[in-house]
Design a binder for this molecule. Structure first.
Ligand SMILES: Cc1ncc(C[n+]2csc(CCOP(=O)(O)OP(=O)(O)O)c2C)c(N)n1
Length: 357
């Protein structure tokens, strides 16, 4: 079987993260990345505002006992939204537990996104409808799903890229290295977006990585690698779009930060300081894009109010849909595991039914 050519793109990431907007919203001159069109920037803003409201609503639902747990991506909206909007309709997304906002941005029903965390279905949405794989909880397993999927699509002659989202901690898992090696050799159209938010739960990056950057981890596998400012949504969008259109593999490390704790079950004050959090609040991705849009006359009071109202409607709808007691059917535990249920599962289902009768 013929392999595609090795990349002509440079393998080495830049020393400084690539960006298009500084933290005060002023544009960067001579960035190698292409500034997205105005209509894309306006949509990126809308989606980040909606995503943040969804995220705060989901966090609130944990406090009301409506969700068992929620891993917030507050502060990481530029990655969640920028990467997803850069995908083409036929591309696929392979997200993690932290990426609910990415799912919502891709079009998955916000309430369906939360069904698993509500204790309902294992997977509350149809993966084929919006081309979104299941949110993976075992770290880095989705990297292998993504390379396999992109490779299979190429064999079938389909023009489909796969975007896999993973955290800094997940780059220490064996699966990531196998996936990168596969990607380097077979060159499927796959984008590894590493959201480096500084911590794997309480473990800081310095305690689990010796490479100069996580982007450097692509080099040994022959995968072109890019380091971007992960709080700059324009830069994330541009880098992912370029990677998708390259037709081969790319690793993108996006430098960002999670403002909330790992999940609502974690106490982040035990391993990081409030000064550190404040420094990252100052780099807020939504504020940054807003400052740029206002300076360009692309965002005014009326537009901001309309987006805020839309975000409130979204939150109200999520609240209404999740404000119900879930009554799972034990029978459903056995459904959709295999195309044809094997004998041992049929027996277990029968035993359970008998016990509950
Ligand atoms: C294979 C595997 N090992 C360990 C865990 C337990 N675990 C859950 S989240 C987490 C930290 C992940 O950190 P990172 O990849 O940086 O992602 P983030 O949570 O910061 O988005 C760990 C170790 C797991 N889910 N899967």
């Amino acid at each position: 079987m013929a392999r595609t050519r090795a990349p002509e793109r440079t393998l080495l990431p830049s020393d400084e993260p690539l960006s298009l907007l500084r933290k005060d919203g002023t544009p960067v001159d001579d960035s190698p990345l292409a500034m997205p069109d105005d209509d894309v920037l306006v949509e990126l803003h809308r989606r980040m505002v909606l995503g943040r409201r969804f995220d705060t609503q989901a966090t609130a639902l944990t406090k009301q006992g409506r969700l068992a747990v929620y891993p917030s991506s507050r502060g990481q909206e530029a990655c969640e939204v920028g990467a997803v909007l850069a995908l083409r309709p036929d591309d696929w997304l392979f997200p993690t537990y932290r990426d609910s906002v990415a799912l919502v941005t891709r079009g998955v029903d916000p309430a369906e996104t939360l069904t698993l965390l509500q204790g309902g279905w294992h997977l509350g949405y149809d993966p084929y409808e919006h081309r979104v794989g299941p949110q993976c909880t075992p770290l880095a397993t989705n990297t292998l799903h993504a390379v396999g999927f992109a490779h299979a699509a190429r064999l079938k002659g389909e023009d489909t890229a796969a975007l896999v989202m993973l955290g800094d901690g997940a780059t220490s898992e064996g699966d990531t290295h196998e996936a990168l090696n596969f990607a380097g050799v077979w060159r499927p159209p796959v984008v590894f977006l590493v959201q480096n938010n500084g911590y794997a739960i309480s473990v800081p990056l310095s305690k689990q990585n010796a490479a100069p950057s996580l982007a450097h981890k692509g080099i040994g596998y022959g995968v072109p690698s890019v380091l971007v400012d992960g709080n700059d949504v324009a830069a994330v969008y541009a880098a992912v779009r370029e990677a998708v259109e390259s037709g081969g593999p790319t690793l993108i490390e996006a430098l960002t930060y999670r403002i909330e704790a790992h999940t609502n079950a974690d106490d982040a004050t035990r391993y990081r300081t409030s000064d550190e959090v404040a420094a990252w609040l100052d780099r807020d991705p939504v504020d940054r894009l807003e400052a740029y849009l206002v300076s360009r006359g692309l965002l005014d009071h009326a537009r901001r109010a309309a987006v805020a109202a839309e975000a409130e409607e979204l939150a109200a709808s999520v609240r209404a849909k999740l404000n119900v007691d879930v009554v799972p059917s034990p029978d459903e535990l056995f459904e959709h595991v295999y195309a044809t249920t094997p004998r041992h599962l049929r027996e277990q289902a029968a035993a359970l039914r008998e016990e509950l009768a």
